[in-house]
Design a binder for this molecule. Sequence first.
Ligand code: B1M
Length: 210
Amino acid sequence: MQILNNISELLQKGKAKDVKVLIQEALDKGIIPNDILNEGLIAGMSIIGEKFKNNEVYVPEVLIAARAMNAGLEVLKPALKKSGVEPIGRAIICTVKGDLHDIGKNLVKMMIEGQGIECIDLGVDASGSNIVDAIIKYNPQIVCLSALLTTTMMAQKDIILAITKAGLRDKVKIMVGGAPVTQDFAQQIGADLYSPDAASAATLARSLYK
Ligand code: B1M
């Protein structure tokens, strides 16, 4: 669809304001929010990701595209959320220690919220002790850990160990994800759940309450 291609292109150019306007336009036209997300925002970010990998664009371009992505997500968020539903449970979500990538984490959060699960967002660079404190404070059923770097994947394991050491392991299900994370790795580090993308993360989280 042309409008979704335009969103993707504007995102790649980092035009945050224009992305927001076009997303609103797409919503007003009745385009399904998930399509706007996948075929507009994620499609654009994937192209930037490929270009970044091939040294065709550099960190500043990626950063302004990421800013446009987050701006677009803000407009899309209410439409992605289910309206007026009481939360069925609570999750904690973060990007792990040493890792500042938050776009995927924000998407997972949004999708999980869309399933009627309240999400406490601890942001990026979260340590084991941050999470242990948050489990004690918020009493969630699920802890969601995102890692985007091969160098920070192991922080997921450190956090699981910290939760176990604090005697809280039986209180929560732990879901891990992020581009370098696999089902095998999730099993190796003792996570309960693994999901490759935001939509299945949300479905998986929801299934815990059935
Ligand atoms: Co960075 N970066 N980055 N980066 N960056 C990657 C990840 C990289 C693959 C790029 C590359 O080289 N091709 C590479 C990692 C290589 C590796 O580890 N093997 C990389 C690198 C090296 C770095 C730096 C080290 C670069 C440097 O400084 N030299 C640096 C590290 C900073 C740090 O974290 N300490 C860095 C910095 C940055 C920016 C700040 C410029 C920016 C982040 C901005 C931000 O997030 N606010 C950035 C970006 C944007 C990227 C790419 C281009 C895009 C990531 C993204 O947002 N994707 C990325 C290349 C790429 O992915 N192609 C790259 C879109 C997002 C929707 O996807 O986050 O994968 P993703 O989330 C998906 C799934 O993974 C899953 O669901 C999401 C959607 O369905 N998912 C989960 C994510 N979390 C989940 C949790 C779950 C379940 C599913 O359960 C809990």
